[in-house]
Design a protein around this ligand. Structure first.
Ligand SMILES: Cc1cc2nc3c(=O)[nH]c(=O)nc-3n(C[C@H](O)[C@H](O)[C@H](O)COP(=O)(O)OP(=O)(O)OC[C@H]3O[C@@H](n4cnc5c(N)ncnc54)[C@H](O)[C@@H]3O)c2cc1C
Length: 465
């Protein structure tokens, strides 16, 4: 008899935790496991700002999915572009461009999130994200290129001002860490540019909310604000972007900032894959799921991580959903795996409950603010806790060694300011980096699955459309 097929979509915090747990719990004869992923690594996103600032190399945060011979999951190199939960088929675009209809018995949807944008004129063309390895590497090159070009431009010129003006939107941990680490990079770099004065460089952090990182509490949020302002980063709260142009950004309070680098980290939205199901969604497009992570009305389907609105039972379950963080995604991955095993073995499913462990924020240099288990820390102790936490959470020994070596090297040798130029000709838009235009509509998915009976013994390849 054919084994039941479990298809896991996405090799991030949630997907990898789920697959590892399934491999450990299920005997090979109990089920076949497939992991659909466009890349061959799990990206350790919380360390991405350190890739953008060059403290870490891109490889050190790209944790290989093929480190162990024991893994028996079949990795399908591609991205899911649609799901028909009635036919129980996942449509996959392989990295070659071919479309494949992959039948499943159990589906785990963990495709994470994309940068959330708003209908702001110029944002789609000029905003840059901090969600993928390519975005971080591209941003690093771009920032160094601005210094190179400003150095070559006439002193006092408009070009020089706009090249040295940097705006980060989003005062959550991603935006704050990105602004702090890149500001540090530019200030350290300026010594190598004899024609530039550090006072010409301006960094702005903008957020529509009245506080930075409210999850840290008032005192630590204010401490983070003090660190940023002490470093010369202008923080504008209660403000957003009204429009973005190639050489300036207009804020909602009317200020026009010369700027050719607009970094947009103002929240995340569920992967566009979620919309292809035609199922109920909550805020930010996250898929509505039950507390045991099942998708209502979609037999055999589970969803988790940033892509799902998982009820937060630890906070009382009054409609609150878990925030989109790695600590939740990882733990939800294990619960989804346990619930699939329970379904296969006919035992009861369990609900996801996890009390938030707090937040750690590395502001570069010797600065940080952290709140592990409700304890307020700042400065070096906060940074040590932040780095220690991330280091311990890296999945493989190779990744741990790379990250530690990079930190030591950076502490001893300082930053380097090399522009690699690998992606110079890539359009820098969010859509191009995050592939948000690759998905099918629910109608297109159903048209495919209805057009012919999908062979349930395996995936079927069809020509690209
Ligand atoms: C800069 C930054 C800093 C952060 N810092 C922290 C922090 O300090 N602490 C914390 O807890 N959280 C942090 N987060 C949030 C955390 O990284 C996310 O909440 C977490 O990654 C969510 O896990 P996930 O598995 O749902 O998604 P991800 O980890 O994003 O994984 C999704 C995976 O699915 C893949 N994928 C996407 N679409 C498809 C598709 N269609 N088909 C197949 N695969 C697909 C992606 O390539 C990716 O590998 C940070 C995020 C960012 C961006």
């Amino acid at each position: 008899m054919a084994r039941p097929r479990i298809v896991v979509v996405g090799a991030g915090f949630a997907g990898v935790a789920c697959v590892r747990r399934l491999e450990r719990t299920l005997k090979p004869g109990e089920a076949e496991i497939l992991l659909v992923t466009p890349s061959s690594y799990q990206l350790y996103l919380p360390l991405l700002p350190q890739v953008a600032s060059g403290v870490l190399t891109p490889q050190s945060v790209a944790v290989s999915l093929r480190r162990s011979r024991r893994h028996r999951t079949r990795i399908v190199p591609g991205g899911a572009v649609g799901v028909d939960t009635r036919a129980k088929v996942c449509v996959i675009r392989k990295i070659t461009g071919e479309l494949v209809d992959q039948p499943y018995d159990h589906l785990v949807l963990a495709p994470g999130s994309v940068t959330r944008t708003f209908d702001i004129p110029g944002l789609a063309e000029h905003g840059r994200g901090m969600k993928t390895l390519a975005e971080a590497a591209h941003l690093r090159d771009h920032v160094i290129a601005q210094l190179d070009l400003a150095d070559a431009a006439a002193p006092g010129s408009a070009e020089r001002a706009s090249r040295l003006g940097f705006v980060v939107v989003g005062g959550g941990y991603a935006g704050t860490e990105t602004a702090a680490s890149l500001e540090r990079l530019t200030m350290n770099a300026v010594g190598r540019y004899p024609r530039l004065d550090r006072r010409e460089i301006s960094w702005h952090l903008v957020d529509v909310a009245p506080k930075l990182m409210p999850e840290l509490g008032d005192r630590l949020g204010r401490a983070a604000l003090d660190v940023l302002r002490r470093r010369g980063i202008e923080v504008s709260l209660g403000t957003s972007v009204a429009k973005a142009g190639p050489e300036d950004v207009t804020l909602t309070d009317g200020r026009v900032l010369p700027c050719r680098t607009l970094i947009w980290t103002a929240g995340v939205a569920a992967s566009p894959l979620v919309a292809t199901l035609g199922a109920e969604t909550a805020k930010s497009g996250r898929l509505v799921v039950t507390a045991d992570l099942r998708v209502p009305g979609a037999e055999g389907a589970f969803a988790l991580g940033d892509a799902a609105a998982v009820p937060d039972l630890a906070t009382g379950g009054d409609g609150t959903v878990c925030p989109p963080t790695a600590q939740h995604a990882m733990r939800q991955g294990k619960v989804a795996a346990d619930n699939i095993v329970a379904t296969l073995r006919g035992t009861p499913l369990r609900r996801y409950v996890h009390k938030d462990l707090g937040l750690v924020v590395d502001l570069g240099g010797r600065d940080g603010v952290s709140r592990p288990l409700g304890i307020d820390l700042r400065g070096m102790p906060a940074q040590a806790v932040a780095r220690g936490y991330h280091w311990a959470a890296l999945r493989t020994g190779a990744a741990k060694t790379r990250v530690m070596t990079n930190w030591l090297l950076n502490a001893v040798a300082g930053d380097d300011f090399v522009r690699t130029g690998f992606q110079t000709n890539k359009p820098p838009t969010l859509r191009d980096f995050e592939h948000t235009d690759q998905y099918l509509t629910p109608e297109e998915v159903r048209a495919r699955t209805a057009a012919d009976q999908v062979d349930r013994s395996g995936g079927r390849d069809r020509p690209q459309q």
